[in-house]
Write a new protein. Sequence first.
Lengths: 428, 314
Amino acid sequence: MELSRRTLLGGFAAVAGGTLVGCSSGMDTGSTAKKNTTTELTMWCWPGGLGKSVIDDTIAHFPDPKIKYSEIGGDFKQKLVTTFNGGTGIPDITGIKGEDIASLLPQASRFVDLKSVGADSVLGDYLEWKVNQATTLDGKVIGLPIDVGPTGLFYREDIFAAAGLPSDPAKVADQLKTWDDYFAAGVQLKAKNPKALLVWDATDLYDMVVGQGTERYISKDNKFIGDQDHIRKAWDTSVKAMTMKIDGKTPSGSPDWNAGLDQGTIPTHIGAAWVALDIKSAVKTSAGKWRLAPTPSGPANFGGSFLAITKNAADPQKAFDVIKYMLSADNEAKAFADAQIFPSAPAAYDKPELKAADKFFGGQVPIDVFGPAAKAIPVAYQSPYDDSVAAPFHDELKTVQTGSKTSDAAWASAVSKAKAIAKRQGVQ
Amino acid sequence: MTGTATVPAATTAPLTGKGQRPGRRIWSYWRFYLALSPFYVLFAVFGLYPMLSTIVLAFQRWDGLSARRFTGLGNFEFLVQDPTFWTALENTIVLFFMSTVPTLVIALLLAVMLQSAVRFTNVYRIAYFIPNVTSLVAMAIFFSSIFSTNFGLVNAALRSLGIPQQDWLGQPWGIKIAISTMIVWQWVGYNTLIYLAGLQAIPKEQYEAAKVDGAGPVRTLFSITLPQLRPVILFTVVISTIGGLQTFTEPQVMVGNSGGTGQSGMTVVLLFYRTAFLDNDYGYAAAIALSIFLLVLLFTAINWRIFRGRSDDR
């Protein structure tokens, strides 16, 4: 009856052996992908990733095989990775979020190269820099872009006017051309209205400036370039807003940010087109007083996802026809009307769905700002390790904001941490 | 398979059982083992297997999809050199003390008071326990509103007292106070109930004897209540240690995956989460997970030594 020490150890050994076996089966890199059944075309996306009317229309348009659409909540990438490792139930078509695409490019062998199923004829319809994000260094395209997140300057027209700043969108665009212009306006505003700090959170500006450039932390030949001038410029821009004392230190989406938008203590925000939804849901009294202008010193992009076809797809050609149809300019315009999914195909910007004036922005037409911004976003190479290497810069910039470190000390510490992470990931 | 009733008939050995082979004897109880097995099977699949595979993973490099590569002690080498890990370790231990000590002291005082309260005892018990069954994420969002700078409740209270408002979630110490306040709020009720149960098990005679000997309430607390509660206190300390060293949800929701200003809210488990699921560096994450395991083991051992006491013969 007693469980002796020997039997117990034996049991452990058996389980440990099983573990090793389990590991080795996990080493399959997907080169021998099992094909899905042809009777059904499975598609995964996250809630709100595709417009409802577009999904319904696509399912009706392709009756054979029947499209089975599944909405996957929670951590989408994690669930996709787990399913890939499990080897069964992998969807034919899957969404890939913009922030995950760089880390999935090394896994290109698990996806169908869209060029092999005729994507060449449609790739030109999409924004070049966006297609570039889903293209491997050897030229494979693993995803067709669903949407993009071009940035713009959201500002309170009434507060600008009261401080003697230009308040008309055209004039704001004219005067706030660069970060220096924007900061100068912040100083003028603070002199008239001490409670209104122009920059909501200076650390947010850092990623914007990095996104305005053509290089990030790691170069195409896998070298660490995070210690160079283009990153330092982003760092210094953010620090400048802090030293000019026009930094509200209010992280976007926080309760203080939500309240400050209405109270006028946060008179501007710079963010992707989808931030409009956050602002609209946060404010009550200031609706109609917001306006849009181009981002100072040029647009950046935040977010924007893709549809990809896995190697497990029973009929990759058919799957490509489906995503091509779903992401046509007409359907992207519909998805925008449906769920504010900002189109990745510039032809959609001229459709009536996007040309609508928005009362929230005092009758301004948002696409007039975001459309040109989307087309002007620079192409930049993003390494799979970009996010991990960027983390120390964000962490250290916060210590400058609270005044616990000088800018130079924090920069030195960020660079040395980033180098250690880069080295660990095999970056030179 | 032979049933228990047929075992004696099936063997030629004497019924004393001495000559029976042990394997035979074990098999004769197969029904009992079958009845016991669900727990062990589930534990092996969902507990033991992940634990052992974590140990294996800690010696490998794996991004979640590519082939795994054996790296020996590479992950641990990086671990001891990683400044973020040491920051996280320090934060975890500081947060553990900032939350566990107040939790247990307040819980003990509440339990003693609830023990002597005459009216509405059950109402209080329920009220104190409610935070423990509230959704952690909802609570973290609620607490980050309370501690928000311009429109938070805490700063409103400070302002009304004439004290300047603080940027709670923007300052390293403010983040720690906010997180530990939330942990205290959540766990006081649970520990109070445990202490209350322990208090009710102390024989009334001891208190009566103390009263006869002329001991006041403070003397009674230190000479009778606390020594008698020692095993219960050990239990709560061990449970709080295990929970406290694995703080994750509170900082994650309140200050985000970066750990907030100066990484002040970065705990070891949050670092583990970030490494595994955001950076996709599963091998290193497994090494971090092992370090948490060793940390919990170490602290539990220390607690055990302290609270077991020398006079206690068990």
